[in-house]
Design a binder for this molecule. Structure first.
Ligand SMILES: [Zn+2]
Ligand SMILES: [Zn+2]
Length: 668
């Protein structure tokens, strides 16, 4: 085999090349991870079962175990002539297969030269052709050319698509495919998290999440199918965003239909879709530039709020009662006129149209994230109870907001659509399993504690979490406050490890009462996530980070410069969790509050005397002081009850850590 194996060839890389190689390793399956002939056989049998418009993933989900589906992420030598060519990286089977079928489809649409819905194209046959390495055809040759051209190492200034086209000008058959006119459709929901958290009640947030999923996944796919296109046209579709490749003259229709569906489902949501004409070759050889072009078109277009169409549910349930005079605003978003009276988790509310549509969606329906979690842990959702309000999760809850660091750099290194497909699938998979794994551990840990207690056991355990967004590198979720730091730590560790710390995860956590309005809580968490990400940049960390804020009553931790423990990198978070265990065991809560109050009221030199005096009576103070020092940043010293650190000018700052310790103590 003449494929250049990365392990065997051991070329010498410059620093820059090493860096970009590190990114590239995230964009392809591991070298040597080839699909076996038994697996190939099994896959072919599976394809035979494929129904019209059924995606490969659905087919696999129905017929394969989770373990078996791993074969989709293996490498597959789809053509004998791959042997003769030097492609350093081979794409994952599923991505290569889907692009093959898409190109095959677009070619046959062009050949038949008639309305797409009337052409007979067999996806099944197309997949089987792809899966047979002995059958070589022009599309496979073209895909190999794409891999060769886009993977050229010495290709510093990226080749223009026209330069690439030059190379094939004497190759009529390839030129014919390259010049197939297509349209790419891209778009999505803007301010998706604001849209979801705008209404306070858990039922409404869950409803909004489900509405977005329905629009983004089910409805979008229906539109594609009804337009006579195939599921492979959808390059990606998650988190409210879509990227679709369609034959020429289909773009406008798809855009309009998607926007219409979105405006019916997502009342008050903001979204936009655009399309752009291109050649198929541009999509294959110059994916990044094409994607940037359409993104620019999207951002320059004013994101319109489409005229609000009356949803059917509203027409049927026109309120027959009159809104009382004293109710001036919707009582769940406080933004719009109240229209309809409803009961949410035993509370009466007057809500606006938009909040009503979210609530209506949540009634007696599924919660796909809870379902997905149960499936992940191999259990049935009917074995559990779902929270109906935030207070059921806990009196104090934590809003956890996570986002990837350095992802922009990886995306900048993307050279073709295979790399994009692989990365987005992997991001999804890693984020989802990190979150569910961490939740599973937290739930198990809690139930271990309960087994010893004599408390009455409920027949069905409650799944004490709510996921608002989970996909890509985006995480927004609610857990009981006391789980938050451990859950965050585990998610970050799993995420960072899975990406070999090339991409890392930062997290902002707000601990607050379950009655706090969610839109305000979300705004707060955005700031915390920013701090956590800034910390990674400032310290040039190659690991994730956390910032946390405790909001109880009216006091806020971070009056400028008040925080000495957070933000922190994930390695230090582990030390913090350990230190707090010691502090809780060895120092009474009353003492912590005593130090906190004293540090706030006394002069620094007075406090130090006060501290020394009280310290002398504490048997375990050495262990506590050691624990505090160990959880702090290296350049910070814990002396005389204070934390001392040098500011940017080298001046010594004296800060009391006791506020932060007192606040966090109850939640760690
Ligand atoms: Zn209405
Ligand atoms: Zn409202």
């Amino acid at each position: 085999m003449k494929i250049v194996s990365r392990e065997n060839s051991k070329p010498v890389y410059s620093d820059n090349e090493k860096k970009s190689k590190k990114y590239l390793d995230q964009l392809y399956p591991v070298d040597g991870n080839y699909i076996s002939s038994e697996e190939l056989c099994k896959l072919k049998q599976l394809i035979e079962e494929m129904k019209d418009n059924q995606t490969l993933e659905e087919l696999a989900e129905k017929n394969m175990s989770k373990k078996e589906t791993e074969l989709f992420d293996k490498r597959f030598e789809f053509s004998k002539s791959l042997d003769k060519n030097e492609t350093a990286y081979l794409p994952a089977l599923i991505d290569a297969a889907k692009i093959y079928v898409l190109v095959d489809f677009l070619t046959s649409v062009k050949e038949s030269n008639i309305e797409q819905s009337t052409i007979s194209f067999s996806r099944k046959d197309s997949y089987l052709k792809f899966l047979n390495p002995d059958s070589d055809d022009i599309i496979k040759q073209l895909l190999i050319e794409v891999l060769i051209e886009t993977q050229k190492e010495n290709n510093l200034s990226k080749q223009d698509y026209n330069q690439i086209k030059e190379k094939f000008k004497h190759h009529d058959k390839i030129m014919e495919i390259l010049e197939i006119k297509i349209e790419v459709v891209k778009g999505g929901i803007s301010k998706i998290k604001e849209y979801i958290t705008e209404a306070d009640k858990l039922a409404q947030m869950r409803g909004a999440t489900e509405l977005i999923k329905e629009a983004n996944i089910e409805r979008t796919r229906e539109i594609i199918n009804k337009a006579g296109l195939i599921p492979e046209c959808l390059i990606y579709g998650s988190g409210g965003n879509s990227f679709i490749v369609v034959p020429k003259n289909k773009g406008q229709e798809i855009c309009e239909k998607i926007e219409k569906e979105y405006s019916q489902l997502l009342l008050g949501g903001r979204f936009a879709f655009e399309f752009l004409e291109a050649e198929l070759g541009e999509f294959l050889f110059d994916y990044s530039r094409l994607s940037t072009k359409i993104t620019q078109k999207l951002t320059t277009r004013h994101i319109v709020r489409l005229p609000m169409l009356q949803s059917t549910s509203c027409q049927h349930e026109t309120p027959n009662s009159v809104v009382p005079q004293d109710v001036k605003l919707c009582t769940t978003c406080w933004l719009r006129d109240p229209k309809i009276e409803i009961k949410i988790a035993d509370e009466q509310h007057w809500v606006c149209d938009i909040c009503y549509s979210k609530f209506a969606k949540s009634k007696n329906i599924r919660s796909s994230y809870h379902e997905e979690y149960c499936k992940f842990i191999g259990r049935n959702i009917s074995d559990f109870k779902l929270p109906e309000s935030l207070s059921e999760i806990d009196d104090y809850i934590a809003l956890i907001y996570g986002d990837g660091n350095n992802l922009g750099n990886v995306i900048m290194n993307i050279r073709n659509v295979f790399e994009l497909m692989y990365l987005s699938r992997r991001l999804d998979k890693i984020t989802v399993s990190a979150v569910y794994e961490a939740l599973k551990n937290a739930i198990e840990k809690e139930s271990e504690g309960e087994e010893n207690a004599t408390a009455e056991k409920e027949s069905k355990p409650l799944l004490k979490f709510e996921i608002i967004i989970l996909g890509g590198e985006d995480i927004l979720m609610i857990v009981p406050a006391k789980w938050a730091l451990e859950v965050a730590k585990q998610i970050i560790e799993k995420f960072d490890t899975a990406f070999s710390n090339t991409i890392t995860l930062s997290v902002g956590i707000l601990i607050t009462k379950s009655t706090m309005p969610m839109s305000a809580a979300y705004d707060f968490t955005v700031g915390l996530l920013k701090n956590a990400k800034k910390y990674v940049k400032k310290k040039k960390l190659e690991m994730g980070s956390v910032d946390v804020e405790v909001l109880t009553g009216s006091s806020i931790l971070s009056k400028k410069g008040n925080k000495v423990i957070f933000p922190c990198e994930v390695e230090r978070l582990e030390k913090i969790l350990k230190a707090f265990k010691t502090i809780k065991e060895k120092l009474a809560k009353a003492k912590i509050y005593l130090f906190k109050e004293a540090a706030e009221t006394l002069l620094p030199e007075e406090f130090e005397l006060f501290y020394v005096f009280h310290k002398a009576r504490e048997e375990n103070i050495d262990a506590v002081e050691k624990a505090i020092q160990e959880m702090l940043d290296e350049d910070v010293k814990f002396v005389g009850g204070f934390v001392k650190k040098k500011d940017v000018d080298g001046k010594e700052q004296v800060i009391s850590p006791w506020v932060e310790i007192a606040k966090l103590r109850d939640f760690i």
